[in-house]
Every structure is written in C-alpha cells, then in structure tokens.
Design a protein around this ligand. Structure first.
Ligand SMILES: Cc1cc2nc3c(=O)[nH]c(=O)nc-3n(C[C@H](O)[C@H](O)[C@H](O)COP(=O)(O)OP(=O)(O)OC[C@H]3O[C@@H](n4cnc5c(N)ncnc54)[C@H](O)[C@@H]3O)c2cc1C
Length: 377
C-alpha cells in the first residue's frame, strides 16, 4: 500500500485524509492538535455558492452536500448570503448569478425596488440589485466539522501524529521523506502540503517558491437591537460582512492592502478596524447597528495566495509527488471537502476524476497568470 504524508491536519489536510484513508496508508503531521491558531477553527465558518469563478461554485456545491451529510455533527444552519450591488457592480453581480445558475446553484435576484420590501432593516437607497442564495448556503461550527472529519478519517485508518515538519527531502525530482521536530524521518510515496497560512513556509522546506502567506483578519461579535433570526449573511459593496451568530451577530472587514502586513505570530484582534471603517459602514447599511455593543473580538490568519486570492491545488510540476493544497484566502473551510476529494483522486489515479481543478494548479504561479476570484472579503 502506498503511503501519503499530509503536512497539516486542519480542514484541508483532514478532508484529504478522510477521502484517501481507505485506499492508502495516510499519516497526518499536525504540530498543534489543539488547533488553537489554525485558520479552520478561527474562521467565520460560512459557505456560499456566490463566487465569480465556476470552479469555486462547483467546489461549494460539493462542500454543501458534504456538510448536509454531516449537518448535525457540524451544527449546520441553512441560511443565505445576500450579496449587494450599486450601479458600479451591478453588471458583474448579474453576470455572476447567470454563471452560478448555469453551474446548478440556486440564487435569486432582487431589483432595487424589491430589496427594501424584502429586507426592511436594510438601507437600500444606493443599491441597484442584490442576489440571495436559495439553497446550498449557510454557516456551521468549524471546530465541530473538523473534529467530525478528523475522527472519521481516523476510523478509516488515517494516523495523526503530533509533530512538526521541519525538512522535506527530495531526490531526482521526487519528494522522498519528511523530517520532523521530534527527530523522526518519514518516507512517503506522496507528500501533501496542507499547512494553511504556513504553506509558503513549508513549501520552502522543499525549495519551492509558493506565494502563500498569513494575513490577519479580525471578527467582531456584537449585539444590537435587531432581530437576526431570519437574517442572511450580508455581503456589502464596501467589503463589510455581517451575519447572525447565536442571539447576536459577527461581522468584519479586511484591512486595506497597504495596511495588511505579514502578521508573524500576531493574533491580537485589530480593534481599530471597528471604529474606522467597520462601524460607519454597518450603520450606513443597517441603521439599527448605530447602537451596537461589542461583546468580543478574535483574529485568525487567512491562508492568503498573494497572486490572486485563490487556492493553489495540485502537484508541483518539477516534483510531481509533492502536492499543494492551500491558499484559499478566506474560503478554505467550505472548499476543504472538494479539495480533499480532488487530492485523493490525484494520488489514487494520477488525475482528477470528478471536479477538474487543473486551473488551480501551480502552473499559473509559475507563469505569473492570476486567476482572480472577485467575490472575496
Ligand atoms: C477570520 C477568518 C474568517 C474566515 N471565514 C471563512 C468562512 O466563512 N468560510 C470559509 O470557507 N473559510 C473561511 N476562512 C478561511 C479558512 O479558515 C481557511 O481557508 C481554511 O481554514 C484553511 O484550512 P487549512 O486546513 O488549509 O488550514 P489550517 O486550518 O490553518 O490548518 C493547517 C494546519 O497545519 C498545521 N501546520 C502548519 N505548519 C505545520 C508543520 N510544519 N508541520 C505540521 N503541521 C503544521 C497547523 O498547526 C494547522 O493546524 C476564514 C479565515 C479567517 C481567519
């Protein structure tokens, strides 16, 4: 039986183990089994079909069916994303929806006069249209999902080891083994890099340039005099997002590109973002949020692909048995299942069998040809 070594046991590494464990010997190296700083457990844990690239829609549709099968264990809440557009973004939103429908997603379109009728708590004055997912969208408990996938993978035969990869050895165009912080050396037929925000650093262990770096993102938990019981996740034209969580809400916004450095080991929430620009944007779009109260805030690291905010999935061309699965830049939990299945297909059959994820391959990094996903936040 061939052996696959997966570096990183977050949702991407664990989904890969889940789909592969019945067909190969699988060893997952995870340096922190508490997942205290993993992107997966610090995420907003939401899933949507509203992307601009068809491949991302397809991955979400599979993610949604995977979550449906784990609904109870993952605490799935079936709820929509509401994506807003002003005149400037209207044509793109309409074109995105046409593509999403063609891919099998179910997304409704609201013209400007119907937005305020349907969502009376929303200031729709400057909006020209909006799209709302009718199915396959929602949110869940990322930690519970990870625990469920990990324990199923173990039941199928995967082994998780508490250790850190510190060197990847290659010979004649093949990755042969991984050395760990505890002094072990594991040989493998395939090695998968699924180290989340640390994937660029891990790829460097094999001498591979991979533009994936951590970028800090802060989520705020707030209370406000607003009934969120039927509210969708609102994705504003400004990049601000908010969704219900328990009897309050969570919300956030990315910092501007010129204020988004490599965070190192900094996981302190960026409280300044709340005063400017987040709160004014929230209050503009949802006037009831003028009176919000902050309950707490946390920060996690995006596994940011610096080329185009899209994942890098597939073999490194010069070392074909070294497979990269990372760089999701804010949408990796929902795409973990599709990625895990795809990577397991590459390892078992040498080619994708279900979803063709070739466009996410390393070649676009080498050619410096971005494949941008525009619906990101
Ligand atoms: C605030 C925030 C909100 C987000 N919201 C969403 C959302 O709503 N929906 C969504 O789909 N995605 C969201 N994301 C993005 C998502 O969390 C990530 O894309 C996804 O979790 C990546 O999963 P991963 O398994 O690759 O990484 P991780 O979960 O980070 O797992 C990687 C693992 O690798 C381990 N590791 C690292 N280096 C080594 C090494 N050398 N040896 C051994 N182990 C190693 C780490 O300890 C870690 O556990 C959000 C992220 C953040 C930060």
């Amino acid at each position: 039986m061939s052996r696959t070594l997966i570096i990183g046991g977050g949702i991407v590494g664990s989904c890969t183990a889940y789909f592969l464990a019945e067909h190969a010997e699988v060893v997952v190296l995870e340096k922190d089994p508490t997942y205290q700083y993993a992107s997966t457990t610090l995420s907003a844990a939401s899933i949507r079909t509203q992307f601009s690239l068809p491949q991302n829609v397809r991955m979400s549709l599979f993610g949604a069916s995977f979550l449906e099968a784990m609904a109870e264990r993952a605490g799935l809440i079936r709820r929509a994303y509401l994506v807003l557009a002003t005149q400037q973004g209207e044509a793109t939103l309409r074109a995105n929806r046409d593509m999403q429908l063609a891919e099998g997603a179910e997304v409704a379109l609201f013209e400007s006069d119907h937005i305020a009728q349907r969502f009376p708590w929303l200031n729709a004055q400057d909006l020209t249209c909006a799209t709302l997912g009718l199915k396959h969208e929602g949110w869940f408990d990322a930690y519970s999902l990870l625990r469920a996938v990990r324990s199923d993978a173990i039941q199928k035969g995967a082994r998780y080891l508490h250790d850190e990869a510190v060197a990847i050895e290659t010979t004649a165009g093949r990755a042969t083994s991984v050395r760990t912080a505890s002094g072990e050396r594991f040989t493998a037929d395939h090695i998968v890099i699924a180290a989340g925000p640390a994937s660029g650093r891990v790829a460097a262990l094999a001498g591979i340039p991979l533009p994936i770096e951590p970028r800090k993102r802060t989520a705020f938990m707030i209370r406000a005099p607003l009934d969120g019981s039927n509210m969708p996740l609102v994705f504003d034209t400004s990049g601000m997002w908010i969704r219900p969580e328990g009897d309050g809400f969570i919300c956030g916004i990315s910092p501007t590109a010129d204020n988004d450095p490599h965070p190192g080991t900094d996981f302190n929430p960026d409280m300044d973002l709340l005063e400017d620009p987040l709160w004014p944007l929230l209050a503009h779009r949802i006037p009831a949020l003028e009176q919000l109260r902050v309950q707490r805030a946390w920060a996690g690291h995006y596994d940011q692909c610096l080329l185009d905010h899209n994942a890098v999935i597939g073999p490194y061309p010069d070392i074909p048995n070294l497979i990269i699965a990372s760089g999701f830049s804010g949408h990796g939990v929902q795409h973990g299942p599709a990625t895990g299945r795809a990577v397991s297909e590459l390892i078992r059959f040498g080619a994708y069998q279900t979803l063709d994820l070739t466009p996410f391959g390393y070649q676009r990094i080498r050619d410096n040809k971005p494949m941008p996903e525009s619906v990101v936040y």
